[in-house]
Design a protein around this ligand. Structure first.
Ligand code: PLP
Length: 398
């Protein structure tokens, strides 16, 4: 008998499972709206030109070697990454009050944050929006926070009530920009009110610059909390989407606190978490983003490419709504009067309002793959398939 004979099959990840089903479908008509990665207007993956250039420079530099990085990461990356999210002139950055740790992208940063909270505030309540990115729940062992009303708009009063009623010391996972899966963010005025009631926030930042095409604008909430209000907070950064570096796994955890001394102590503890988990982070991704972010010309190219990606997604939102209007597609259910929610949402995803039944029809009958909650990755939409998608949506609803 095998030592492992009691092992049962784990359930498939609901998001990753969509890609598996898509790949297995032989239909030439198939469309993948489940992917969390950018696709160009021909449906192809994109490697940014700024990344290609950085890659060449790194490959040609014979002085570089492949030695281990320090446990907390590449020093030049650790210096520049908080500047990108908090801003160069952020008092926390300038005064050295941010503990920074390089991570295996956004997921790894959240995982280190979760370990750190568990060490110092065991039993803390972690509040996660409802709905949220599925992995938040498994990373943090959720609590659950009201987020949406029925029209997919932000249930702001419900959110403030939940935040205010939370036990002291609770941690709140907030999406810095381009909330996944809804694409619905608080307004700047709403963020100001949230700063009044939010004690310990983790800003999960997976889409900086990718949402509006502007790095500064997409960092507004973090900068307001940290710089304007001087609040202590954690910020996880992912360079998967905004650099197209999904497989390189590059990101960071930033813990902004009130004193330099505390930041240094936290840094040492973060190293203590990383060492037995994976010992040292990866080198190549850290070099790539550092090479781009440190060089003014490459940084400008990055920002141009970010804008192009974000503009294409915004354009596809308008095209999809136009295609639905053109064929008189009724709204997904009685809570909606039209499809304008698709254009008012921001970021990679559209939360369409389609039901699980609609989504099953889209997949079973039309070979269009999306998650069962009606979330479309707008990156999968392009000029060649937008009308096909709209027609299939109408068929599924009718
Ligand atoms: N957080 C949110 C809200 C996301 O949508 C994602 C990716 O889809 C991540 C974090 C982490 O992604 P990665 O680990 O690739 O950086």
């Amino acid at each position: 008998k095998s030592r492992w004979s009691e092992v049962t099959m784990a359930p498939a990840d609901p998001i990753l499972g969509v890609a598996v089903a898509y790949n297995a479908d032989p239909s030439p008509k198939k469309v993948n709206l489940g992917i969390g990665a950018y696709r160009d207007s021909e449906g192809k993956p994109l490697v940014l030109q700024c990344v290609r250039e950085a890659e060449k420079r790194i490959a040609n530099d014979e002085a570089l070697n492949k030695e281990y990085l320090p446990v907390q990461g590449f020093d030049r990356f650790l210096k520049i990454t908080p500047q990108i999210i908090f801003g160069k002139d952020s008092p926390a950055v300038v005064e050295g009050r941010v503990a920074v740790c390089q991570s295996l992208s956004g997921t790894g940063a959240l995982r280190i944050a979760a370990e750190f909270i568990a060490m110092y505030n065991p039993g803390t309540m972690v509040y996660i929006s409802n709905p949220s990115w599925g992995n938040h729940h498994t990373i943090f062992k959720k609590a659950g926070l009201k987020y949406l009303n029925k029209t997919m708009g932000l249930d702001f009063d419900g959110m403030v009530a939940d935040l205010s009623a939370a036990p002291r010391g609770s941690t709140f996972v907030l999406h810095t920009v381009a909330h996944n899966p809804t694409g619905v963010d608080p307004s700047q005025d709403q963020w100001k009110k949230l700063a009044d009631v939010c004690q310990e926030a983790i800003f999960d930042t997976a889409y900086q610059g990718y949402a509006s095409g502007d790095l500064e604008r997409d960092a507004w909430a973090v900068r307001y909390f940290a710089n304007t209000r001087g609040l202590e907070l954690m910020v996880t950064q992912s360079y998967s989407k905004n650099f197209g570096l999904y497989g390189e796994r590059i990101g960071a955890l930033n813990v902004a606190v009130k004193s330099k001394d505390t930041a240094a102590k936290i840094s040492s503890q973060l190293k203590g978490i990383v060492r037995p988990m994976y010992s040292n982070p990866q080198l190549h991704g850290a070099r790539l983003v550092t090479w781009v972010m440190e060089d003014p010309a490459l940084k400008a190219l990055w920002e141009k490419e970010l804008k192009e990606m974000s503009d294409r997604i915004t354009e596809m939102r308008s095209s999809l709504v136009a295609a639905l209007v053109e064929i008189n597609c009724p709204p997904p259910n009685a809570n909606f009067r039209n499809w304008n929610h698709i254009t008012s949402q921001i970021g990679m995803f559209a939360f369409t309002g389609l039901s699980e039944k609609h989504c099953s029809l889209l997949t079973g009958k039309h070979h269009i793959y999306c998650t069962k909650n009606g979330r479309f990755s707008m990156a999968g939409v392009n000029p060649s398939n937008v009308k096909y998608i709209a027609a299939a949506m109408k068929d599924a609803i009718n």
